[in-house]
Design a protein around this ligand. Structure first.
Ligand SMILES: [Zn+2]
Length: 309
């Protein structure tokens, strides 16, 4: 299975359009010892011809153009992108679906709650349902294993299993809708198993690390983990107000119960931080936080990375 990291930043990307934090200013000025990044997007394929997306980022159009394997291969209208697995209903994670509205057949995998939010409450997404063969939705439940097929129904050989991580739905979801949703459907991590039995654990939004998750991570070959914030009060310190990292559903990297400390004993998987917020000091490759991350055996995802699994 081939895996491609098309984007590695958190929502807003790096730099973020309205952000004047030291990182964003530095990268705009061309003086920053680190790289700009688009919003988090991962794609994977078992046969190098049929690709599946993890979510659909607002930067998807540019990410596809930057990735020749995702360009049309034959005929006037075609795409190697067969489908997407949705792990939450955040704008950063689903907006890209609207960028694939040109009547291209697509299979979309989601929990019932996320599907209902997207298709029933946001009428613009009807652009994906203009003809019967366009987006075909497949429901999955957290905990159960499901296979990925292309729009014609051909099995890719890839198996997935979602893990409930958070119970918070996006702020745009109405109170009435919330009352009809299953909390465990709100925010998920995904275990992707290749036809050869290799495992990718994709966990871009983890509010808390528990023993159950640690067991999952020990069975993974590659772990892509929540690299959103370095410290719990990172945004509050920069903005002067706001929510802590944990309140936003992201365990920070630093601190005694941060992810660097809690995952230090993980031996098996290759460990990659992804979904990095533009305020995170690890983006500065000359800084002590970046050095600490590398010393602890972690990598910091960059746009354009790819590997086989
Ligand atoms: Zn910034």
């Amino acid at each position: 299975m081939q895996v491609k990291i098309l984007g590695s930043a958190a929502g807003g990307a790096f730099p973020q359009w309205n952000c004047g934090c030291p990182n964003c200013r530095g990268v705009r000025a061309g003086k920053f010892p680190g790289k700009a990044r688009t919003q988090t997007q991962v794609a994977f394929s078992a046969d190098s011809r049929t690709w599946f997306l993890l979510g659909a980022s607002p930067d998807l159009r540019a990410q596809i153009e930057a990735t020749p394997d995702l360009h049309p291969k034959e005929g006037l209208r075609q795409s190697p992108i067969a489908g997407a697995v949705l792990l939450n209903a955040d704008v950063d994670h689903v907006l890209g679906l609207l960028l694939m509205r040109e009547l291209q057949p697509l299979r979309v995998y989601a929990t019932d709650s996320i599907r209902n939010i997207v298709t029933q409450d946001n009428s613009m997404f009807a652009m994906l349902q203009r003809i019967p063969e366009q987006a075909s939705w497949t429901s999955f439940a957290p905990g159960s294993t499901f296979g990925l097929s292309d729009p014609s129904g051909r099995d890719s050989g890839i198996r997935c299993r979602a893990i409930s991580l958070g119970h918070h739905f996006p702020a745009y979801v109405s109170r009435e809708r919330r009352s009809s949703l299953a909390g465990g459907d709100a925010s998920l991590g995904l275990i992707v198993e290749s036809p050869a039995g290799k495992r990718l654990a994709y966990m871009p939004a983890v509010p808390e690390i528990n023993d159950e998750l640690l067991k999952e991570f020990e069975l993974a070959d590659v772990l892509m983990f929540d690299g959103t914030f370095w410290s719990d009060d990172e945004l509050i310190r920069i903005q002067g107000s706001g929510q802590s990292a944990r309140q936003m559903g992201h365990v920070p990297l630093s601190g005694g119960d941060g992810s660097l400390a809690r995952l230090a004993r993980l031996k098996r998987p290759r460990k990659i931080y992804i979904h990095i917020n533009n305020t995170n000091p690890v983006l500065n490759e000359a800084g002590p936080e970046h050095r600490e991350l590398l010393e602890q055996g972690w990598e910091l995802a960059e746009d354009g990375w790819q590997f086989d699994l």
